[in-house]
Design a protein around this ligand. Structure first.
Ligand SMILES: NC(=O)c1ccc[n+]([C@@H]2O[C@H](COP(=O)([O-])OP(=O)(O)OC[C@H]3O[C@@H](n4cnc5c(N)ncnc54)[C@H](OP(=O)(O)O)[C@@H]3O)[C@@H](O)[C@H]2O)c1
Length: 253
């Protein structure tokens, strides 16, 4: 029987693979047989992950990428094609969050979040899509959104705006790119403990907030494995323009 989650022979590019969710996503895709390109600014961390994946029998390649620089995005795709071949799967994951009240967010804060999470993510996805369309063999783009694309909490206005923008971009791209057999979906995690939020979630406010999650716990990066594989692989072949929420029930409250 054919395993629809099998990614053997596919090349997957994961942005923001140096830590957190991106590192987990790359590991899971490699375990399913994909050749993975690990992209981010901290190359030493990428090299460490590459060695770990290779030790487990996978194939990985590390590439320096700053998603806020257009030239860096095209260089990353050139490098990828020359080493592991054309990208079949893009996990558009790189992101930053700056937690400050609306009254305190500066222009620099706004620019940093929007240039990384929204402008950067758009041009990474566009670059992948142009190359997939030119090649004519389709592909899967998974944009990493957030429950904050749909809901709000305080102190993350630019971040929420960026993730809501990602959701709209996902739908527009899905609509336009279906004719090229390119699927575009978004994964919207709830609170998953990583470096982006560990201090906050493990602090006093975080300990109160966990009580609002029906499953009464924060997520672990591994809790996203199933949803990621569904969107990335042939198992999700009739899904495009979807936002898949994985949040322990947080959005029900
Ligand atoms: N953790 C959660 O609860 C949660 C929930 C919903 C959504 N998300 C989203 O999931 C994604 C990953 O978050 P995380 O929790 O894993 O955070 P994280 O641990 O802070 O990791 C963020 C990743 O993004 C990369 N990155 C940041 N700016 C970049 C840039 N300009 N160019 C390239 N890479 C860049 C970082 O790598 P370098 O510093 O090496 O460049 C790092 O690998 C983000 O988009 C985040 O918004 C997270």
């Amino acid at each position: 029987m054919i395993d629809p989650f099998d990614l053997t022979g596919k090349t997957a590019l994961v942005t923001g693979a140096s830590q957190g969710l991106g590192a987990r996503f790359a590991t899971v895709l490699a375990e399913r047989g994909a050749k993975v390109v690990l992209a981010a600014r901290q190359v030493e961390k990428l090299e460490t992950l590459k060695a770990e994946i290779e030790r487990s029998g996978g194939v990985a390649h590390a590439v320096k990428l700053d998603v806020s620089q257009i030239d860096s995005i095209s260089d990353c795709f050139e490098d990828t094609e020359q080493t592991l071949g054309p990208v079949d799967i893009l996990i558009n994951n790189a992101g930053v969050a700056i937690s400050k009240s609306v009254l305190e967010q500066s222009e620099n804060d706004w620019d940093r979040v929007i240039e990384t999470n929204l402008k950067g993510a758009f041009f990474v996805a566009q670059t992948a899509a142009k190359r997939m369309a030119a090649r004519g063999q389709g592909g899967s783009i998974v944009n990493i959104a957030s429950v904050l694309a749909l809901e709000v909490i305080g102190h993350l206005a630019p971040y929420a705006a960026s993730k809501s923008g990602i959701w709209q971009i996902t739908k527009t791209m899905a609509l336009e790119l279906a004719r090229h057999q390119i699927r575009v979906n978004a994964l919207a995690p709830g609170y998953i403990v990583t470096d982006i939020n560990r201090e906050f979630l493990e602090g006093p406010t975080g300990q109160q907030m966990v009580k609002k999650i029906p499953q009464r716990r924060y997520g672990d990066p591994a809790d996203l494995d199933g949803a990621l594989l569904l969107l990335a692989s042939d198992a999700g072949r009739y899904m495009t323009g979807s936002i898949l929420v994985v949040d322990g029930g947080f959005m029900l409250q």
